[in-house]
Design a protein around this ligand. Structure first.
Ligand SMILES: *[C@@H]1O[C@H](CO)[C@@H](O)[C@H](O)[C@H]1NC(C)=O
Ligand SMILES: *[C@@H]1O[C@H](CO)[C@@H](O)[C@H](O)[C@H]1NC(C)=O
Ligand SMILES: *[C@@H]1O[C@H](CO)[C@@H](O)[C@H](O)[C@H]1NC(C)=O
Length: 267
């Protein structure tokens, strides 16, 4: 666990006594992906000057592909259930699913970049959450002008299954161990705790894009907005037991203030 996460944990009182040692561990596979651009001032180059220098792993694989399935990795990750690991999934199913993603191109989130870049030198990503702040914000055009747009409520998104499957375990445990080590992990709620899908997407984007703009993520003035931008009637933000949205909100503020992403904050 990084010092940062430790300080966050020690600043919060656990709600109940810890019953198990650290749930996820802090061990990850690595992928050495060469940079796809010559972007002069990208996130990776700025990280060392920020308080996130130690937490940020430059070679974390944000997507899983065939290379990551080994008998040793299966033995390790099968102890973690739910979205964090491979518990409850048979080795055969995993091997054949990840086996479909069997070329090194699958480690690249943006394997069409070379063809679609049009001379642009930096990969600019927009990550779009569900927040009510987006209602009437007129941000549509600005969002569409990014090279890649990640949408969180992406039921209709092509390839969403593979993205979520690929993000499973590696990025999710990475997100909670390093960036969102909630106090819930020290309580009985640790079995259901996970970062929100939006948080995992945003952290994945920060680890792969050159620039990230986040829209529709929770801001300190969340009480002014409805829970979701698509709500038919205004209703207050809902906090679920399996997420720690206040902690996520604090992290977005810190990443924004550190200059590692730009968070859309008021209409
Ligand atoms: C995974 O499947 C491939 C065939 O697609 C096979 O060659 C390989 O031995 C399998 N690996 C494991 C660990 O089961
Ligand atoms: C690149 O340029 C072509 C031709 O002008 C255009 O059709 C395409 O949409 C552009 N792609 C991007 C990502 O801007
Ligand atoms: C969305 O914005 C419109 C126009 O400002 C407003 O009438 C409506 O109540 C808003 N919806 C929600 C759920 O906040």
């Amino acid at each position: 666990t990084s010092d940062k996460a430790k300080s966050i944990i020690s600043s919060l009182k656990p709600v109940a006594k810890p019953t198990e040692p650290d749930f996820f561990g802090d061990w990850y596979a690595t992928d050495d992906v060469p940079s796809q651009t010559n972007c002069p001032n990208n996130i990776r180059k700025r990280v060392p000057q920020t308080q996130f220098a130690e937490m940020f792993l430059h070679n974390i694989p944000v997507l899983q592909w065939a290379k990551h399935f080994t008998p040793e990795e299966y033995q390790r990750l099968r102890h973690y259930g739910g979205a964090h690991g491979w518990g409850g999934v048979s080795a055969e199913v995993l091997n054949s699913s990840l086996g479909i993603l069997n070329t090194p191109a699958n480690r690249l989130m943006f394997d069409d970049w070379e063809n679609s870049a049009n001379g642009s030198k930096c990969i600019r990503c927009a990550v779009v959450g569900n927040g009510g702040i987006l209602n009437g914000s007129r941000k549509g055009k600005e969002i569409d002008e990014h090279d890649y747009v990640f949408r969180v409520n992406g039921a209709a998104l092509k390839g969403m299954f593979f993205i979520l499957f690929g993000l499973r375990s590696l990025t999710l445990s990475f997100s909670s161990s390093r960036f969102l080590h909630s106090r819930l992990l020290k309580t009985g709620a640790r079995r259901i705790y996970r970062p929100s899908t939006g948080a995992v997407m945003l952290l994945a984007a920060i680890h792969t894009c050159d620039q990230v703009d986040a829209y529709g993520f929770m801001t300190p003035d969340y009480r002014l907005y409805s829970d979701h931008y698509y709500d038919k009637q205004q209703h207050p933000v809902h906090f679920y037991a399996n997420h720690d949205m206040r902690m996520e909100m604090r992290l977005w503020q810190e990443l924004h203030n550190a200059g590692l992403m730009n968070l859309f904050m008021s209409k």
